[in-house]
Design a protein around this ligand. Structure first.
Ligand code: FAD
Ligand code: PYC
Length: 404
C-alpha cells in the first residue's frame, strides 16, 4: 500500500461538514447521488452536501435486482421511465464507469386470459408513446428461452407474454459510485456515517438540519431516503400515504451463462435474470406485512424456489447462496411521489417501492431541475404529492413487476 498516495480512488473522504450549504441532500442512494450530480452538471449548483447515515449505495440501491424497463401502463409513466432508459444507455460512458448495462429483453409472462388482457393494454400504451413492447405467443418465448417449461410443471401453463425489447439489467452499486464520483469531481461533498436527526422548519420554511455531526444551515433539503421516508417526513410534520413493506431477493450459485432474457411471472410471483457473473438473480412479491426491517426469511426463499423449479425443473439441485431484504416505500397507486411540498425548501423524492432503480437517472435529473428552479419539472407532474388529495392517481399497479 502506497501511504503517500493522496488522490481519492473514487471520491474525496470529506471529514467535517461546513456550517452551511446552498442545498442538502438526505440519502446517499442512487437517487440522492444522481440529484447531486445533475445539480452540478445541469445547473452549476455545487455548494451541496449529500448526507448518508450509512455507506453510499447501502440502502435499496445496493439491494435491488437491477431491472431497467419502461413498459408501464400510463402514458406519463411510460414517458418518464423511457427517459430514464435513454439516460441509462449512455451512462457508462458519461460517468466513465462500467455499469455492466446489459440489454436482455424483458418478458412478462401471462398465465391467464385476464393477464393477457393487461399485456395487450400495456403493449398498446407503450407503442402509442413510441416504446418497443408487443404481445408474443409461446413460440417466441420458447425461442428466446428454450429451457423454460411452458406448462410450468403443469401448474400454470403460459399463454403468452408482453415482450419489451429495451429491458435491461445493470450493476446497481456501480450506479451509486458513478454518480458519487461524478458529483464529487464537480465539488459536491459527500458525508457517509452522517445521519440527519431533525430538520429545522420555522414559519413553514426549511432553515437547516441537525445531524449526528452538528447543525448545518441550508434553505433547501431533498429527502431521497426510500424506506426511511416516513421517519424524515415526521421531522417536518408532512403526511404521505407511504407504507413500508419488505421486499426480498436472492441469488443462486454462479452458473455458465444460459439465461439471456429477463423473465417475470405475475401469477407465480417470481422473476429471474442471470447477472454478468453468472448468478441467477431472483425475487418475489412484497412481504404482505408492514414492517421497518431488512430481515430476510426462509418462507420467502422456500416459496420462490418452488416456483422457479416449476418454470425450470432442471434447477432443482442449484443452491441459493445469498438472500436479503430491502424496505420498499409503497404508495397506493404504485407511482412515486416527487417534487415540491407544502414546506418551503423541502423537496421529496420517494414512493419508489419496488420500482425505483430504473428511475435513478431521470429522478436525479428531474429533482435537480425542480430544486434549482423551485418548480416541478414537467415530467414529474403526475407524481406530485397533492394527487392523493385531488383524487388524480397515476395507477401503475398493473405494470408492477410481480404480483402484489
Ligand atoms: P436508497 O438506495 O434506499 O437510499 C436511501 C439512503 O438514505 C440509504 O442509503 C439510507 O441509509 C439513507 N438514509 C435514510 N435515512 C437517513 C437519514 N436520516 N440521514 C442520512 N441518510 C439517511 N427497482 C427497479 O427499478 N428494478 C428492480 O429490479 C428492483 N428490484 C428491487 C428488489 C428489491 C429486493 C428491492 C428492495 C427493491 C427493488 N427495486 C427495484 C426498488 C429500488 O431498489 C429502489 O426503489 C431504489 O433503489 C431507491 O433508491 P434510493 O436512492 O431512493 O434509495
Ligand atoms: O420494477 O422491474 C421492476 C422490478 C423487478 C423486480 C422488482 N422490481
Amino acid at each position: 500500500l502506497n501511504r503517500e498516495y493522496k488522490e481519492p480512488r473514487f471520491f474525496r473522504d470529506c471529514q467535517t461538514p461546513k456550517k452551511s450549504y446552498d442545498a442538502i441532500i438526505i440519502g446517499g442512494g442512487g437517487h440522492g447521488l444522481a440529484a447531486a450530480y445533475y445539480l452540478a452538471k445541469d445547473h452549476g449548483i455545487t455548494n451541496v452536501a449529500v448526507l448518508e447515515k450509512g455507506y453510499i449505495g447501502g440502502g435499496n440501491t445496493g439491494r435491488n435486482t437491477t431491472i431497467v424497463r419502461s413498459n408501464y401502463l400510463t402514458p406519463d409513466g411510460v414517458n418518464f421511465y423511457d427517459a430514464s432508459v435513454k439516460l441509462f444507455e449512455g451512462l457508462s460512458e458519461e460517468l466513465d464507469i462500467n455499469l455492466f448495462y446489459s440489454n436482455r429483453g424483458h418478458f412478462t409472462l401471462a398465465h391467464t386470459e385476464s393477464a393477457m388482457r393487461t399485456m395487450r393494454w400495456r403493449a398498446e400504451v407503450n407503442k402509442h408513446v413510441g416504446v418497443k413492447s408487443r404481445v408474443v405467443g409461446t413460440d417466441e418465448i420458447s425461442k428466446a428461452c428454450p429451457q423454460l417449461d411452458i406448462s410450468c410443471s403443469g401448474k400454470a401453463p403460459i399463454q403468452g407474454a408482453l415482450y419489451h425489447e429495451p429491458g435491461s439489467i445493470a450493476r446497481h452499486d456501480a450506479v451509486a459510485w458513478g454518480y458519487a464520483r461524478g458529483a464529487d469531481s464537480q465539488g459536491i461533498e459527500i458525508f457517509q456515517n452522517t445521519e440527519v436527526q431533525s430538520i429545522d422548519v420555522r414559519d413553514g420554511k426549511v432553515h437547516g438540519v441537525q445531524t449526528n455531526r452538528g447543525y448545518i444551515a441550508t434553505g433547501k433539503v431533498l429527502s431521497a431516503v426510500a424506506g426511511f421516508t416516513p421517519r424524515i417526513c415526521k421531522m417536518v410534520d408532512l403526511k404521505t400515504p407511504i407504507v413500508i413493506h419488505p421486499l426480498q431477493a436472492c441469488v443462486s450459485e454462479p452458473m455458465k451463462p444460459w439465461l439471456d432474457t429477463i423473465l417475470v411471472s405475475g401469477s407465480l410471483h417470481v422473476y429471474v435474470s442471470q447477472s454478468s457473473r453468472g448468478e441467477l438473480v431472483m425475487g418475489a412479491s412484497l412481504d404482505p406485512y408492514e414492517v421497518h426491517s431488512t430481515r430476510s426469511t426462509f418462507d420467502f426463499v422456500e416459496g420462490l424456489t418452488s416456483h422457479i423449479v416449476d418454470m425450470f425443473p432442471f434447477l432443482s439441485n442449484v443452491k441459493v447462496v445469498r438472500q436479503w431484504a430491502g424496505m420498499a416505500d409503497m404508495t397506493p397507486d404504485f407511482a412515486p411521489i416527487m417534487g415540491k411540498t407544502p414546506i418551503e425548501g423541502f423537496y421529496l423524492d420517494a414512493g419508489w417501492g419496488t420500482w425505483g432503480f430504473k428511475a435513478t437517472p431521470i429522478s436525479g435529473k428531474t429533482m435537480a431541475a425542480t430544486m434549482a428552479n423551485d418548480k416541478a419539472h414537467d415530467l414529474i407532474h403526475s407524481f406530485r404529492l397533492s394527487r392523493f388529495e385531488d383524487y388524480e392517481l397515476t395507477g401503475e399497479k398493473g405494470a408492477a413487476s410481480v404480483g402484489h
